[in-house]
Design a protein around this ligand. Structure first.
Ligand code: ADP
Ligand code: ZN
Ligand code: MG
Length: 500
């Protein structure tokens, strides 16, 4: 129902959406300004030191790998990279931030003015929309508050609150988009596409559930045809792509209802409640001057040379969109299949190794197995593809056995189920179980003759013009041969003998 309301609202109003996405650089070994390890969870306050606890006199030293990862992200998104840049202090008080300021970037971010082309929708309704990237900057994450007792662990009404600084000082990149997004679905696709890129860059595990990728959405509406933007609200606390979509859909309808009833949208921060499926006001929005930004005096500015920037560019891996295009043009995969594989770095690596072993001409059946049985196996077991018990060589051998007509597709599924358990190569399983598919024409012809002799009525019907019966005959022969016959040969022999 909410979906229909959204469609109705979007006929009269246009939504304007800009995203602010925080991503922890979880793949780094150490925090942003100290040597403490970066990891999720752990015994509270065990991954801390005087620097990330904000002790007086402790001095920050920037993590070079984090600076490089930020610039890598900027280059992947066609940003301009600053030649001169620096950190600023963003001053505010909150118990999860021990220094009472966050080291962040203000008017001199590392990356500006980028873009990401996002594919939205499927089939005939598919289109590409270009979303501008305003900036990407580097900062440090805060610690975490844990509210105990009271209402649902919310701070209001909690009996007491605890603070854990393990996360404090984790390198965090903030990406801000231009207000170029027009629908909740475009917002979702932007975030998903960005995630596949960051995963390909290997800079973060991008977990929405664990909070290593956090998406805040700014949204306003305006009457269709209007040129001025409406007043925006910022929505926080969406921890899945679905939540991002649903929160925006809710917020667009809420704002339309407000305007339709003669009210006004207030600029504020709102909280998405996934249980109640609604947003509620959290606080009125801070202005930049509330933060009293000033240059971080304990660190010198950065001056990036062209050589250094080019040395980072040289580390750019193949990105998912380029990989997908390559699978379509070089390997002949359907676009949708190509994307499903290319979006996943580990799956792509597996797929390419299997294609290498099976031969490029067999890329399509390899893709079918990767997206079919293999993905089902990964989903069922929760295993990562590199440790799921099936190697690219095993899958390639299986595809070749089917392609060469040694076993049927049906037998191949049995072999797959078996090799997942035993870890044997498919060829060995086929030998051990005597599963070889019968392609020997003489044996098949004998079985076909038997079936024809036993079913004279059907033979007459066929010869009288009911040629659709051919499939039925093939089925009977396959059963006669316990599924071990080569279906292509059976088909051919059945037709030949029926036509005699
Ligand atoms: P603020 O000064 O409130 O932080 P910014 O101009 O820095 O606002 O923009 C913050 C985010 O909000 C950006 O992602 C931007 O694209 C988006 N944004 C700006 N104006 C609007 C608007 N009227 N409606 C929706 N999103 C907007
Ligand atoms: Zn530390
Ligand atoms: Mg701003």
């Amino acid at each position: 129902m909410a979906k229909d309301r959204l469609a109705g609202v979007l006929e009269r109003y246009e939504a304007v959406i800009g995203l602010e996405i925080h991503t922890e650089l979880t793949s780094l070994n150490s925090k942003m300004f100290c040597g403490c390890p970066v990891a999720f969870g752990g015994e509270p306050n065990t991954r801390v030191c005087p620097v990330c606890l904000g002790m007086p006199g402790a001095l920050p030293v920037p993590n070079e790998a984090a600076v490089e990862a930020t610039v890598l992200a900027g280059l992947a998104l066609d940003c301009e990279i600053a030649r001169f840049s620096q950190f600023h202090r963003k001053n505010y008080f909150y118990p999860d931030m021990p220094k009472n300021y966050q080291i962040s970037q203000y008017d001199l971010p590392f990356c500006t003015n980028g873009r990401l082309d996002v594919e939205v929708g499927e089939g005939d309704a598919a289109y590409v929309t270009r979303i501008g990237i305003t900036r990407i900057h580097l900062e440090e994450d805060t610690g975490k508050m844990i509210h105990v007792g009271g209402a649902e662990g919310r701070i209001a009404g909690a009996d007491f609150s605890l603070v854990d600084f393990n996360r404090a000082g984790t390198p965090l990149i903030e990406l801000v988009t231009e207000p170029d997004i027009r629908t909740p679905e475009e917002a979702r696709r932007f975030a998903q596409t960005l995630r596949t890129i960051f995963l390909a860059l290997g800079i973060s595990d991008c977990s929405m559930e664990e909070g290593s990728m956090r998406v805040d959405a700014n949204v306003s509406i305006r009457p269709r045809g209007a040129s001025e933007f409406g007043t925006k609200a910022e929505v926080k606390n969406m921890n899945s792509f679905k939540a991002l979509h649903d929160a925006l859909a809710y917020e667009i309808v809420r704002q339309a209802d407000l305007l339709d009833s003669g009210g006004r949208v207030v600029q504020e921060t709102r909280h998405w409640d996934a249980g109640a499926k609604r947003t509620s006001a959290l606080r009125s929005k801070e202005e930049a001057h509330d933060y009293r930004y000033f240059p971080e005096p304990d660190m010198v500015p950065f001056e990036f040379t062209d050589e250094w920037i080019e040395s980072v560019r040289a580390k750019l891996p193949e990105l998912p969109a380029a990989r997908r295009d390559r699978y379509v043009s070089d390997l002949g995969l359907p676009k949708q299949d190509a994307r499903l594989i290319a979006d996943d770095v580990a799956l792509s690596r597996f797929f390419e190794a299997a294609v290498q072993a099976a031969g490029a001409s067999r890329a399509k059946p390899v893709a079918n197995w990767v997206l079919g049985e293999l993905s089902a196996h990964l989903n069922a077991t929760g295993a990562a593809v590199d440790e799921c018990g099936v190697s690219p060589a095993m899958l390639a051998e299986l595809v070749v056995l089917v392609d060469d007509g040694v076993i049927s597709g049906k037998q191949a599924k049995e072999v797959f189920a078996e090799m997942v358990v035993t870890g044997e190569m498919p060829g060995a399983i086929v030998e051990r179980k005597g599963m070889r598919q019968v392609s020997d024409e003489a044996a098949i012809e004998a079985a076909v003759r038997k079936v024809l002799d036993e079913n004279p009525a059907e033979v007459s019907s066929y010869r009288a013009g009911k040629t659709g019966l051919v499939g039925w005959f093939v089925g009977q022969v396959m059963r006669e041969m316990r599924g071990q016959a080569n279906p292509a040969v059976v088909n051919e022999v059945v037709r030949r003998l029926l036509e005699q």
